[in-house]
Write a protein that binds this ligand. Structure first.
Ligand SMILES: CC(O)(O)NCCCCNCCCN
Ligand SMILES: [Zn+2]
Length: 664
C-alpha cells in the first residue's frame, strides 16, 4: 500500500494584503517550496496523488460554530477595509478574499487523507495545506488558522469511519490550543503537543498550555502538553519526549488512527521556534509513530517559516512514510536540564492516569510554576525590531544525508530445507561468497560443517548490509547463541564499528564488551543484576518476555534511548528459543529497531522457530507491525525494576534521563 500526497496550488493563492509584522512570515511560498522539493527529489512521483476537496459546511460544523462559519463565509465579498476590520477581532491571523476557499480546501484535504487511509486505499499520507489549523477555535480564527483541519479530521474519522481512539501528535513549535479546547473532555482523542513556552512568555501566552493541563472530566489524562521553557532544543530533547512521554502513553492508548499536526517551525532555522533540531529528526519522529494503529498515519502541514528547513523537513517526513531507510542521527547530545525538568513535570502529572508511567519520578522540587510570568504585565512577545531580526545569527546545518533504498530490501540465510517467505531474497553460501571469505573462516569458531555454513551465510548477510546491497535480513541457524557469539566475536566488531546486539530470551551472553564496539541488551525473565557494565545491559522482566506491558516499557524507556545514543552501524536481533515473546511484540520490536543503522537489522532465529519466519519477514519487508492489544496494567515490580535500572545506567547513558539531576 502506498503513501498519499495531497497538494493543490490553489492553496497558495492568498496572502497578507497589508502591513502586519506578526503575520508576514505566513507566505504562499511555504507551500510551493515544499511541494517543489518533493518534486525535485522524485518523492512526489512515488506517492499516490490524492486531490483535495472543499470541506462541506456540515464537516466544518463538526468543530466550528454556525456564527463563526457564517462570518467567514462573508469574507470573499469584503473590501480591503472590511477584511481588515473583520481580522481585528482575532489574534495573529489575516483574512483575504480567497482564504475561505483555501481554508475549505485545507480542511477537505485532511478529510481526503483520512478517507484514503481509513479505507485502506493507502497506508499513510501527507497533506500540504495552508491555511494551517491547530490554533483555530470553535468561534475564532487564530495564529494564521481559519478552520481546525486536524480537529475536524479527528471528529470525521470517528463519525464516518468509526474510529474509536484517535491520537493527535502536534510537533509544531506552537501550542495547538484550538485542538486542546476541542478534545479536552474527550477520552477518545489523545492530544500530545510540545511547544515553545518560556514560562508563558511565548505566544499564545496561555496558562493552559503548561504541563498541568491534562484534560478535564472524563478527558483527564488525554491531553499532554510538553512546554519548552528555553529555545535551542535539539534532537536529543525531542527524542526524549517521544521515548519517555508520548510513546509509552500512545502504546497504552492503542489508537486506531494517528493524525499529525505536522508543523516544521520546530526545526532549526525557524524564526518562530528558534530551536536547533535538524530536519532529519522528522524522519525519526514519523518512524516512531508508524508502528501505531497498524501504520495508519495522516500528517497535515501546520507551521514552518524557514523555507529551507521547511522543505527539507517535509521531504524527510514523506520519505519515511514511503518506507525508505532512516538516516543515522549523528552525535546526539543529551537532553538539556530544562527539557528534563519539563519531562519530569509532565510525567509526574500523567502517572496517575497511565499505569505505564506509574513509576515516574515526583515533580522537581524547584517550583516551575513560580517562574510563570504574571500574565497581567505580559503583552506577549514584543514585536521584533528590524535590526534585532537581522542580528539573530543565521543558523546553518548540514544538508540531510541521502537515504538510498538498497537493491535488495530483505534477504534470508536459511538451511537448504527451510522454506523462504515471499519477498525475501535467499542467499546461498556457495555463489554469494566473496573470495576474501576463504581467508576468514576460523574453523574453531565455525566448528562443524553446519557451523561453517552458518558462518558463511551470516558473514555474507553482514557484508552485503555493509555495502548497502541489502537492507535487512533474517537467518535461521541451528544454535542462536553460538551464531550470536560468532557474529559478535568475529564478524560484527571488525566489519562494523558499532553493533547493537539485542537478545530476547535467556542465554549466557558472556562477552566482555568493554570496548564499546558492541552494546549487548538482553531482555529476559532472568535476573542478571550481577553482570553489570556499560555495554552489557540485562533487562529482567519478572513475568518473562510474555509480559507485553513490561516488554514494551523496556523497549520504549530503555532500548530506544540507548539505541539512539549508541547509534550503531548494525543491529543484531536474536530470538532465543523459548523466549516466550509474543508475535505482535516481536514484530513491534523489529519495527522500532529498523530506525537504527539505516535499517540494517539482522535477525537471528533458531531453525525450529520457523513459525515466526512469516511475521518477522513481514515487518522486515516494510509492512507495519500489527498493533499490540490494549496493554494490561504493568506489574508494579517490573516498573520499579525499570526505574532502578534507568537510575543505575543514566550516569553512562544520558538519553535514559527523565528528570533533572537529583543534585538540582
Ligand atoms: C500554525 C502555526 O502554529 O505555526 N501558527 C503560528 C502563529 C504564530 C503567531 N505569532 C506570530 C508572531 C511573529 N513573530
Ligand atoms: Zn507553529
Amino acid at each position: 500500500m502506498g503513501t498519499a500526497l495531497i497538494y493543490d496550488e490553489e492553496m497558495t493563492k492568498y496572502k497578507l494584503l497589508w502591513v502586519d509584522p506578526a503575520c508576514k512570515i505566513e507566505v504562499p511560498e511555504r507551500l510551493s517550496v515544499s511541494y517543489e522539493a518533493l518534486v525535485r527529489t522524485g518523492l512526489s512521483d512515488r506517492c499516490v496523488a490524492v486531490p483535495p476537496r472543499e470541506a462541506s459546511d456540515a464537516e466544518i460544523l463538526l468543530v466550528h460554530s454556525e456564527e463563526y462559519l457564517e462570518g467567514v463565509k462573508k469574507t470573499p465579498h469584503m473590501t480591503l477595509e472590511d477584511l481588515k476590520e473583520f481580522t481585528l477581532q482575532y489574534g495573529d491571523v489575516y483574512f483575504h478574499p480567497n482564504i475561505y476557499h483555501c481554508a475549505k480546501l485545507a480542511a477537505g484535504s485532511a478529510l481526503q487523507l483520512v478517507d484514503s487511509v481509513m479505507t485502506g486505499t493507502v497506508r499513510n499520507g501527507m497533506a500540504l495545506v495552508r491555511p494551517p489549523g491547530h490554533h483555530s477555535m470553535r468561534s475564532a480564527a487564530s495564529g494564521f488558522c481559519v478552520f481546525n483541519n486536524v480537529a475536524i479530521a479527528a471528529r470525521y474519522a470517528k463519525q464516518k469511519h468509526g474510529a474509536k481512539r484517535v491520537l493527535i501528535v502536534d510537533w509544531d513549535i506552537h501550542h495547538g490550543q484550538g485542538v486542546q479546547y476541542c478534545f479536552e473532555d474527550d477520552p477518545s482523542v489523545l492530544y500530545f503537543s510540545w511547544h515553545r513556552y518560556e514560562h508563558q512568555k511565548f505566544w499564545p501566552n496561555l496558562r493552559e498550555s503548561d504541563y498541568d493541563s491534562v484534560g478535564k472530566g472524563s478527558g483527564a489524562g488525554f491531553n499532554i502538553n510538553v512546554p519548552w521553557n528555553k529555545v535551542g532544543m535539539e534532537n536529543s530533547d525531542y527524542l526524549s519526549a517521544f521515548c519517555h512521554v508520548l510513546l509509552p502513553v500512545a502504546y497504552e492508548f492503542c489508537p486506531d488512527l494517528v493524525l499529525v499536526c505536522a508543523g516544521f517551525d520546530s526545526a532549526i532555522g525557524d524564526p518562530e521556534g528558534e530551536m536547533c533540531a535538524t530536519p532529519d529528526i522528522f524522519a525519526h519522529l514519523t518512524h516512531l509513530l508508524m508502528n501505531l494503529a497498524g501504520g495508519k498515519l495522516c500528517a497535515v502541514l501546520e507551521g514552518g517559516y524557514n523555507l529551507t528547513s521547511l522543505a527539507q523537513s517535509v521531504c524527510q517526513t514523506v520519505q519515511t512514510l514511503l518506507g525508505d531507510p532512516l538516516p543515522r542521527l549523528a552525535n546526539l547530545g543529551s537532553p538539556c536540564e530544562s527539557a528534563l525538568e519539563s519531562l519530569q513535570c509532565v510525567r509526574s502529572v500523567l502517572r496517575r492516569y497511565w499505569p505505564i508511567l506509574k513509576h515516574a519520578a515526583d515533580p522537581p522540587t524547584t517550583d516551575v510554576g513560580s517562574r510563570r510570568i504574571k500574565l497581567a504585565k505580559a503583552e506577549g512577545e514584543k514585536a521584533e525590531t528590524a535590526e534585532e531580526e537581522r542580528s539573530r545569527e543565521e543558523k546553518v546545518w548540514p544538508e540531510p544525508a541521502e537515504r538510498l533504498r538498497p537493491p535488495v530490501c530483505s534477504a534470508s540465510a536459511l538451511p537448504d530445507d527451510a522454506a523462504c517467505p515471499d519477498g525475501l531474497k535467499r542467499l546461498t553460501s556457495s555463489k554469494d561468497l566473496g573470495p576474501l571469505l576463504g581467508r576468514r573462516i576460523k574453523t574453531e569458531v565455525a566448528g562443524d560443517a553446519d557451523g561453517v555454513a552458518t558462518f558463511l551465510r551470516l558473514y555474507t548477510l553482514i557484508e552485503k548490509m555493509r555495502t548497502n546491497e541489502i537492507g535487512n535480513g533474517v537467518a535461521l541457524v541451528p544454535d542462536v547463541a553460538a551464531a550470536v557469539k560468532c557474529v559478535v566475536q568475529d564478524l560484527g566488531s571488525d566489519l562494523v564499528n558499532r553493533v547493537l546486539v539485542v537478545c530476547v530470551g535467556k542465554e549466557e551472553l558472556n562477552y566482555a564488551t568493554a570496548d564499546g564496539k558492541m552494546l549487548v541488551v538482553q531482555i529476559s525473565g532472568e535476573d542478571k543484576e550481577e553482570q553489570k557494565g556499560k555495554y552489557y545491559i540485562p533487562m529482567c522482566l519478572k513475568k518473562g518476555c510474555g509480559d507485553t506491558v513490561g516488554f514494551i516499557q523496556a523497549v520504549l524507556g530503555l532500548l530506544l534511548p540507548l539505541g539512539y545514543e549508541y547509534d550503531p552501524g548494525l543491529v543484531l536481533l536474536s530470538r532465543m528459543p523459548g523466549s516466550g515473546v509474543g508475535d505482535c511484540m516481536w514484530q513491534q520490536l523489529i519495527g522500532l529497531l529498523k530506525g537504527f543503522a539505516k535499517g540494517h537489522t539482522l535477525v537471528l532465529m533458531q531453525t525450529n522457530d520457523e513459525a515466526c519466519m512469516g511475521p518477522t519477514a513481514s515487518v522486515l519487508l516494510g509492512h507495519p507491525a500489527p498493533p499490540l492489544q490494549e496493554l494490561l496494567t504493568p506489574l508494579p515490580d517490573d516498573g520499579d525494576a525499570l526505574e532502578r535500572m534507568r537510575e543505575r545506567l543514566q550516569a553512562d547513558w544520558k538519553m535514559l534521563q527523565t528528570a533533572v539531576s537529583s543534585g538540582n
